[in-house]
Design a protein around this ligand. Structure first.
Ligand code: G6P
Length: 611
């Protein structure tokens, strides 16, 4: 959802900015641009990926130790050279990069056009920089003040950086609703949408808050609130290692992240479970233990893959903690008038911690008095800073746009939460908890085992790579797994795929089944096994091709499915964590065989900071 990078210091700015843009490319990749001050203000921009921008400027001398760059995910205006960022003022002395949306840009643009401003792009961003220019012309205010006044006039979300030809030792950065991190070096500062472009230069970062403006020069940094009060920033230390941001020998980040799951699930549980004692410890929500005893209901809000994790959470929490759970798309929840009381607990799930709809849902629930927990992966992101309490997933940076290890880490945290709430509310016996935690503790090893089917899955992928449609069916907590399997396939291979509760197939999707339709069943040995077996027969009777995820040693489904993929036996509660693995690999291999850009699928972005 657009990535922004800025640098001011003593090093060459260009390589730092380009490298940073590559790191942030997961946020958007339809066009890219840079601005540098090298004796004069220079701006270069191009539709396409960051590499296209690099080729575009390869013969240009790009010096200077101050600059900024942008990688775009189009909102207003199609991807094109002229809609790429940076955007400049009429006199070309000011230039801006922006992540977010200026909602009232239309009315401001109209006023500015009437005053003689001429716009070169279709973007909302260009309006903002013309507004700053206009304020300066009309009032004679200096740039810092003009930016502050302009930001008071706009409605919407933004993380921006502004450069001026007249003040070549200044970057002005501001945020409202879109993320922004400032790296603090010695005689240098870095600005970025997240910490990944910064980590190799400094571990000291400031997370800019909403409505803050930073005036960044080589030797000093001044942060003010939009109402002009000076702020004292808090410097955090990053817990991020450079190797986490590299492919580490894998062909794609997605494959690396699939293979990281034994580790990421283990990291997620570390220090949180004590199987022999039958104890779950969640430091992030400890203070709310009393509250958990008295809640009436849990509402889970999330988007995309995180919403699927929420659905798994619903099964687990209702089963073990016996609290009613509702799972809502954040985007729908916020535009109803939901009934929320102080006795509700809202759990917001978000890998990035920045999703705009999830943020807005949190604000709404907060206004209505609910307690809000977050389950996030990116430390220090907006959502974990907005919620009352929460639990990080600790999956490490997820770079592939299709979420994999973040999903299994979210499901792991929800499993822990279900057990924790059950424990606090006395809904579970100690011996059952010992049994469950012992089972959970083995999951990283079993995931490792599930990954061993990779070659077999690759062969199955080869058979179905040219399919145009695919159905994914499961029951109980395997239904969200089916949804997630379908989402993975459609996101990265562009094959139309639907996830359905297996029994619902008879109410519509069965009409689609013919000899060209692959149907993926999650048919593990659990409480709905027999029913799923019947559903498989219904598909076979209509000539559908069945690929079944089965429990190791299964013979019944093996006898009727065209292909089976075994996963290790586990307690029923943990099937989602294991059954997801082959579906991720299936989608991955099919996408690779179709020559798709696995890590950066078309039209998608990893972090959706617009509504
Ligand atoms: C985008 C990403 C998905 C992700 C969803 C929610 O659509 O491409 O992978 O599941 O946003 O993101 P969040 O960061 O809130 O989990």
């Amino acid at each position: 959802m657009c990535g922004i990078v800025g640098y001011i210091g003593y090093r060459d700015a260009y390589p730092i900015i380009i490298k940073g843009l590559h790191r942030l490319e997961y946020r958007g990749y339809d066009s890219a641009g840079i601005a540098l001050f090298d004796k004069q203000l220079k701006v270069f921009k191009k539709a396409g990926k960051v590499v296209d921008l690099e080729n575009f400027v390869k013969d240009v001398e790009l010096g200077g130790s101050i600059g900024m760059g942008h990688t775009r995910w189009a909102t207003h205006g199609a991807p094109s050279d002229r809609n790429s960022h940076p955007h400049s003022s009429g006199d070309r002395k000011l230039t801006i990069i922006h992540n977010g949306i200026i909602e009232n840009y239309g009315i401001i643009k109209e006023t500015l056009i009437n005053k003689g401003h001429v716009f070169k792009s279709d973007t909302d961003t260009e309006v903002l920089i013309h507004l700053v220019e206009d304020i300066q012309e009309e009032t004679g205010l200096d740039l810092r003040e003009a930016v502050r006044v302009a930001l008071n006039k706009v409605i919407g979300a933004y993380a921006i950086v502004i450069m001026s030809a007249d003040e070549p030792d200044l970057l002005i950065a501001a945020r409202k609703g879109s993320p922004m991190v400032i790296g603090v070096g010695k005689g240098e500062y870095f600005i970025a949408s997240d910490a990944t472009p910064i980590v190799e230069y400094t571990k000291n970062v400031i997370y800019l808050n909403d409505n803050e403006i930073a005036f960044v020069r080589r030797e000093d940094l001044l942060i003010k609130n939009i109402d002009n009060t000076v702020q004292t920033p808090y410097i955090h230390e990053l817990d991020l290692k450079l190797e986490m941001l590299e492919k580490g020998g894998y062909d794609h980040f997605m494959l690396k992240e699939i293979y990281e799951q034994p580790r990421s699930i283990r990291d997620c549980m570390r220090g949180r479970i004590y199987p022999q004692e039958g104890k779950v410890q969640l430091g992030g929500i400890k203070e709310y233990t009393e509250k958990l005893k008295n809640i009436d209901r849990i509402i889970i809000v999330a988007c995309g893959t995180s919403w699927h994790a929420g659905l798994v959470g619903e099964y687990l929490i209702e089963e073990y903690a016996r609290v009613p759970v509702e799972v809502e798309y954040a985007s729908e929840f916020r535009y109803r008038n939901p009934i929320i009381t102080e006795k509700d607990l809202v759990i917001a799930i978000s890998q990035s911690g920045e999703t705009a709809d999830t943020m807005a849902a949190i604000e709404l629930a907060k206004e209505k008095g609910a307690t809000i927990f977050g389950i996030c992966n990116v430390v220090g992101a907006s959502i974990p800073r907005t919620t009352h309490a929460g639990v990080y997933t600790h999956a490490g940076p997820e770079i592939g746009v299709a979420s994999t290890k973040a999903f299994t880490a979210q499901v792991t945290v929800l499993t822990l939460m279900a057990f924790y709430i059950a424990q606090q509310r006395g809904a579970i016996t100690q011996s059952k908890l010992v049994e469950l935690l012992t089972g959970l503790n083995e999951i990283p090893e079993l995931v490792e085992k599930a990954l061993k089917s990779d070659d077999h899955i690759k062969k199955i992928a080869a058979k179905f790579k040219d399919s145009t449609n695919c159905l994914f069916l499961g029951r109980g907590s395997s239904f969200p797994v089916a949804l997630e399997g379908a989402l993975k396939l459609k996101e990265i291979s562009y094959i139309h795929a639907e996830g359905y509760p297996a029994a619902e197939m008879k109410h519509g999707p069965i009409a689609l089944i013919d000899a060209d339709m692959p149907v993926v069943f999650i048919a593990t040995k659990d409480s709905s096994y027999e029913k799923v077996v019947s559903n498989i027969q219904e598909v076979k009777a209509r000539s559908g091709h069945v690929i079944a995820i089965v429990t190791e040693g299964d013979t019944e489904v093996k006898g009727m499915a065209d292909y089976v993929i075994e996963i290790p036996a586990s307690g029923e509660a943990f099937v989602p964590l294991l059954a997801t693995i082959p579906l991720q690999l299936l989608a991955y291999h099919i996408a690779v065989m179709r020559d798709c850009n696995v890590d950066q699928p078309r039209n998608l972005a990893k972090s959706v900071t617009v509504e």
